[in-house]
Design a binder for this molecule. Structure first.
Ligand code: ADP
Length: 248
């Protein structure tokens, strides 16, 4: 599987909180259909990078472009509308809303072809099924999100993120709290949508999942890119081992 042309570009991205440089100048590119694993010790800036790219926090400096159009400072709803969807470490759904209502959230517009839309729809349905939330069961549509388990919420949230048919899917620790079988199912969905052209960034502590799934790994440390390369080379890089294994 060969990833396509670069679609998302982050250039010298900075974000500080008070005196802390959570991102101290990060540059990276994401290609169409590419799966990138974002790893690094706690506090290295992984979630902040997702938060800034997805518009949840404005950058302090630097640029984020999607197909050359600036996303920086747009706000989360506008960024999502342009085709960048994400999940959170703690699943965010709307308590009291049924599955049907969650999936009826507006689809985004932009450069998606029919194959990509189909793959996203199929993926979203598979995720619901993995969570035991069969959307074809007439009762499932009225099941309220507040009675779901953590795993079910995680699958519902990921299904919502895919349901908008994003061009870029940002996943924050999607495997946390899932069983091995659930993780395997999740990986299959991610591979399928990436094969159809969706670009995926996964923040994950599960190095096994990273080595099975991703095309490229980006290691952050202290808000900077420490190393970038193929997952097979990860273990041979001493500085990566020192920074990452110290905590993981
Ligand atoms: P990671 O996801 O790699 O664990 P984070 O992006 O969560 O790292 O955090 C990077 C740094 O930024 C940490 O020092 C963290 O305390 C700080 N930080 C992140 N978000 C906030 C926030 N909302 N307010 C203040 N500091 C924050």
């Amino acid at each position: 599987r060969a990833p396509g042309e670069p679609i998302l570009k982050v250039t010298d991205l900075r974000r500080s909180f008070g005196g802390v440089d959570a991102l101290g100048g990060v540059s990276m590119e994401l290609r169409r259909g590419e799966i990138v694993g974002l790893i690094g010790p706690n506090g290295s800036g992984k979630t902040t990078l997702l938060n800034v790219v997805s518009g949840h926090y404005p950058p302090t400096a630097g640029r984020i472009t999607l197909h050359g159009t600036d996303l920086g400072g747009l706000g989360a709803a506008a960024v999502a509308k342009r085709g960048v969807s994400r999940t959170f470490q703690t699943p965010k759904t709307f308590p009291g809303m049924s599955i049907e209502e969650h999936l009826a959230l507006p689809a985004v517009h932009g450069k998606r072809d029919e194959a990509m839309r189909d793959a996203c729809r199929r993926g979203a349905l598979t995720l619901l099924e993995l969570g035991g939330l069969d959307p074809h069961d007439p009762a499932a549509g009225t099941r309220e999100s507040r009675v779901m388990s953590h795993g079910q919420l995680r699958f519902l949230e990921a299904a919502m993120a895919l349901g908008t048919c994003p061009e870029v899917l940002l996943l924050d620790e999607p495997a946390a709290g899932l069983s091995a079988a659930e993780i395997e199912g999740f990986e299959r969905v991610v591979s399928d949508v990436a094969a159809a052209g969706v670009a995926v960034v996964i923040v994950e502590h599960h190095l096994d999942m990273i080595s099975r799934l991703v095309d490229r790994v980006v290691v952050l440390d202290l808000g900077k890119v420490l190393w970038e390369g193929e997952p097979g080379d990860l273990h041979s890089v001493d500085s990566v081992r020192a920074a990452y294994m110290g905590v993981a």
